[in-house]
Design a protein around this ligand. Structure first.
Ligand SMILES: Cc1cc2nc3c(=O)[nH]c(=O)nc-3n(C[C@H](O)[C@H](O)[C@H](O)COP(=O)(O)OP(=O)(O)OC[C@H]3O[C@@H](n4cnc5c(N)ncnc54)[C@H](O)[C@@H]3O)c2cc1C
Length: 585
């Protein structure tokens, strides 16, 4: 049975229209005021066709062949990648959420998020090339000089130029304060950049003629640590068409995403230009962090969706044993039942479905918050949306990617031994999904970001604002007759508030306390957000005319409530015990 993908358009539409009521938000955002759901449907349908029809067929081949670097340092992507990229640019996909002022289509990040979920589900390795475009676009648009914008921004927005983010060095991973790449100012205002970077996705390839590298570096008068980091734009081709002094010294041989060229880069006096203020490079890059981290979270979501779909199909066809000893189970015949009937496998499949659908609501809510933060007519609403996006981003990045890998692993289990061998595709998904827990800030760093910067630093204000939204949903559920959802969501909100108060109380006297429990805090809050997503989905399903679809949806959401939500208590209990000392190794 070949690895396959059916774009989950019905669920996407359900989340966008009914759960999040996005059109009401768009009406208050000037650039989207005219947007209607029919247009959104048409965009998503076309994106789904591109994902399943163009990206999926080159996914396994890209994994098997990988990228090739020749002696001169040129990198060739796997067969079909160039053609797919050309079709992607011709279709206008890179420019979807960019401003029409720069050649973009001006659609919401929420719509873009749904397209990205589909693209990555079908080919994570390929998606790595265009995935950095939007972050580069935002960074250049907000911080580069008019001259740099005129030269590069439209090409980045439309995908004619690809981008690379060059942060990591051998001694500087999570701690970018340790980086050593130097930039020397020149009399003509340019910089000469010297240094080595590792793990640079799309640092070199054959998809576009131009690649702009956004390189973190130090100016000669830089203070040590993260306060002395600047950002330079370093193009592969200089304005006169000659090649810049930058080389790909090697490609990483890695566990997954083989189609993505992960490059070791050397800058040997490469010409670049400062983006933003001197020594304020990290601040300039942070602008793109929310959307880049959202994109990585969507990678986890995409992997879960495609793994779940294929596991469901396989489980309905693979027959082994009887679901009830002695027969009498759901399988009518005398022979073995499809494994989908076995309660153990049913648990796995229901868990996968409830989690992927819940995470879709959470990830899309974060995308909607980013749109509102940028475009809402009311300044107060913009500020509130920005705080919500900041709060949700580490949850989306870390929880969805955690589940992306563990969900693919659970799905693999459904195939038994056939999952462990290559031909069915799920082992590629498992390998590809793993990196998303590491890059764009490891999940441990996300957890610390969530607890320290997004929750404790503002005295819990952003969290309280979100809990108000969640409790309002609980009341709507109660009014709609969904008493179990209402009670569970209320209880979850209480648990989150109590655990937050407990860790805040401990943090004053014991600065290590939040660091000890940050991972559990992120998992706990992810479950609170899932409780909200399941409740909001069950309530929204009441208005769906297709009652069979709606009842099946509600049953999956209730499964999440009954079988998955109890896990939250374990995490909150650990968070509340933040004062417990962790032994030294
Ligand atoms: C396939 C791939 C693609 C990549 N693409 C890019 C790219 O395009 N551009 C780029 O610049 N980089 C890229 N990276 C690098 C990636 O962002 C880093 O690997 C990541 O930031 C982690 O850094 P590190 O590997 O040095 O691990 P380390 O920072 O050494 O971390 C090792 C472990 O320690 C933990 N840890 C570290 N510090 C802390 C802390 N303060 N608190 C708690 N735990 C901590 C981490 O969570 C991790 O578990 C890529 C990496 C890979 C493998």
């Amino acid at each position: 049975m070949p690895w396959d993908y059916a774009p989950p358009l019905a669920d996407m539409r359900f989340v966008i229209e009914r759960v999040l009521a996005a059109p009401a938000s768009w009406a208050r955002c000037a650039p989207f005021a005219e947007l209607d759901l029919e247009t959104v449907d048409a965009v998503l349908q076309e994106a789904g066709r591109f994902a399943a029809g163009v990206l999926l067929p080159i996914n396994a081949g890209g994994d098997a062949m990988g990228c090739v670097r020749d002696a001169a340092g040129h990198v060739r992507t796997p067969p079909g990648f160039r053609e797919a990229y050309r079709a992607f640019v011709d279709g206008g996909w890179p420019a979807l959420p960019c401003s029409p002022d720069w050649g973009g289509q001006g659609l919401p990040l929420l719509v873009d998020a749904a397209t990205r979920e589909m693209f990555v589900a079908c080919n994570h390795g390929w998606v790595m090339y265009p995935d950095l475009l939007h972050g580069a676009y935002e960074t250049i648009k907000a911080h580069a000089s008019d001259d740099l914008k005129a030269r590069y921004l439209q090409d980045v927005a439309t995908g004619r130029t690809l981008a690379a983010m060059a942060l990591t060095e051998p001694q500087a991973g999570s701690d970018l304060g340790l980086l050593r790449t130097r930039a020397e100012p020149q009399p003509d205002g340019s910089l000469r950049v010297h240094g080595s970077k590792i793990f640079i996705s799309g640092g070199e390839h054959d998809l576009t003629e131009q690649i702009v590298h956004l390189v973190l570096c130090r100016l000669p008068d830089a203070p040590p640590g993260s306060k002395g980091i600047s950002l330079a734009l370093v193009p592969r081709r200089l304005p006169d068409g000659t090649r810049n002094a930058m080389h790909c010294d090697g490609l990483e041989h890695k566990m997954g995403i083989h189609g993505s060229a992960t490059c070791q880069m050397r800058y040997e006096g490469a010409t670049g230009w400062l983006v933003g203020e001197p020594h304020r490079g990290l601040a300039a890059m942070f602008l793109m962090m929310n959307s880049a981290r959202l994109h990585v979270g969507l990678q986890g979501l995409g992997h879960q969706e495609v793994a779940t779909q294929n596991a469901l199909r396989y489980a309905s066809e693979r027959a082994q044993g009887r679901a009830l000893a002695g027969g009498g189970g759901p399988g009518a015949g005398a022979g073995p039942d499809a494994i989908a009937h076995h309660p153990a496998v049913r648990h796995t499949l229901l868990r996968l479905q409830a989690l992927v659908e819940g995470q879709r609501v959470i990830a899309y809510r974060a995308a909607l918050a980013l749109d509102e933060a940028a475009h809402h007519a009311d300044a107060g609403a913009r500020a509130q949306a920005a705080a919500l996006a900041a709060l949700m981003t580490p949850v989306v990045k870390a929880f969805c990617t955690h589940q992306g890998f563990h969900g693919a692993s659970a799905a693999l289990q459904v195939w038994g031994g056939y999952g462990y061998v290559r031909e069915y595709g799920v082992e590629q998904s498992l390998r590809d999904a793993r990196i998303a827990m590491i890059y764009e800030g490891t999940n441990e760093i996300q957890a610390i970001d969530l607890l320290q910067r997004k929750v404790l630093a503002d005295g819990g204000a952003a969290l309280r604002a979100w809990l108000v939204e969640a409790r309002a949903e609980a009341r709507r559920c109660a009014d709609a007759g969904l008493a179990d959802f209402a009670a569970a969501l209320e209880a979850e909100c209480d648990a989150a508030a109590h655990a937050t108060a407990a860790v805040a109380a401990t943090a004053g006297a014991d600065r290590e306390a939040p660091l000890r429990v940050a991972d559990d805090y992120l998992m706990g809050l992810s479950h609170t957000m899932l409780a909200w997503a399941w409740a909001a989905s069950a309530r929204a399903a009441l208005g769906v005319p297709d009652r069979r679809w709606a009842e099946a949806k509600t049953a999956r959401m209730r499964y999440g409530l009954q079988w998955l939500l109890p896990q939250a208590a374990v995490h909150w209990q650990r968070v509340s015990a933040a004062g417990s000392v962790l032994p030294h190794l």
